[in-house]
Design a protein around this ligand. Sequence first.
Ligand code: 4LM
Length: 399
Amino acid sequence: MTSKKAEYGFATRAIHHGYNPLDYHGALNPPVFLTSTYAFASAQAGSDIFAGEAQGYVYSRVGNPTVSVLEARLAELEGGEAALATSSGVGALTAVIWTLLKSGDEIVADQMLYGCTFGLLEHHIRRFGVETRFADLTEPANLKKALGPKTRMVFTETPSNPNMRIVDIAAIAEICRKAGVPFVVDNTYCTPYLQRPLALGADIVTHSATKYLGGHGDLIAGAVVASKEMINQFRFAGVKELNGACISAFDAFLILRGLKTLSLRMERHSATAEKLARDLEAHPAVEHVYYPGLDSHPQKQVARRQMKLMGGMIALELRGGLDAGRAFMDGVELATRAVSLGDAETLIQHPASMTHVTYTPDERARHGFTDGLIRISVGLEDYEDLRADLIGALDRMGR
Ligand code: 4LM
């Protein structure tokens, strides 16, 4: 199944798209091309490929046959023309930023982002003469106020890491389109199975493929999906000459393996998280649960419109604040205390001191998340076991 077959469903395309075993001795799985460089048939053949006058691989920082299968599949699943796989989610974002922006330009970003993305946009990028204006993009009118003549990129996650705010992708895309500014959505939390930002009007999708796309906590990788023209720029400027964040063929293979079960995993993560969010919300020790499937979530209607299911991530605050949150983390036995997300194992962590430690206490207050917030990446274990572990830990704290 090498050609685009629009009539096939998501799961079928996640298993087959972009690879025909008969092209590779019938091998069911794509071979892992562990090679840095590629032989040219002649001096002329080599220079033709370099000049873009002939097709072919030259060096694995720029392209690799295993990686190409992954890129074709990710582009197909996100509904984009092309994709670029990278060595990390941060590598995907910096490939986009270093390519699109120059000194003097501005970015408008949602106020709540993964900690290292915030660190890049708030603390580091200013050294290169690029300013980021943060705005609460859950209210699209705020974007109009933040846009200026120097804005060259609008960036958001949705749901936002860690506190699960939902940004209306179609509404923000419409404003960006009118302003002529590329709109970039980090789709890590949803994956294309739950949400397809390009179909809603976004221009560029980025991923930390480390998370649900890989799905097994055994690799670090990223991806960008966009038009062919943009992906060419991100590949030949962003990765080839600016950040060098090329993915290894072996990690590309592992992500292709992960994608085969993506739809099943996202269904299960979402179903279990929905139930656990309700259980947690009903517990007397819990002050608030942030999950877009709950009636208490302020953007639940936008979430239902743009997400197929509500995903596997939950954030919560306990009545006892930070101390209670830490005691809860120490009280669980099945859930693993660890950062990252989207794995088979349920992971629990404390954003203010871990993934989001890049926000100073003052920035945490201004950008809207509390010291006591606890984040849970709901895994694929049995719901009853997770319920017993999490609710049991809360019950024990009350004693
Ligand atoms: C974490 N996150 O939250 P790499 N975009 C989003 C993310 O959550 C992350 C990245 C990009 C976590 C890592 C420790 C929405 C990462 C960055 O880690 O560079 O693949 O992706 O726990």
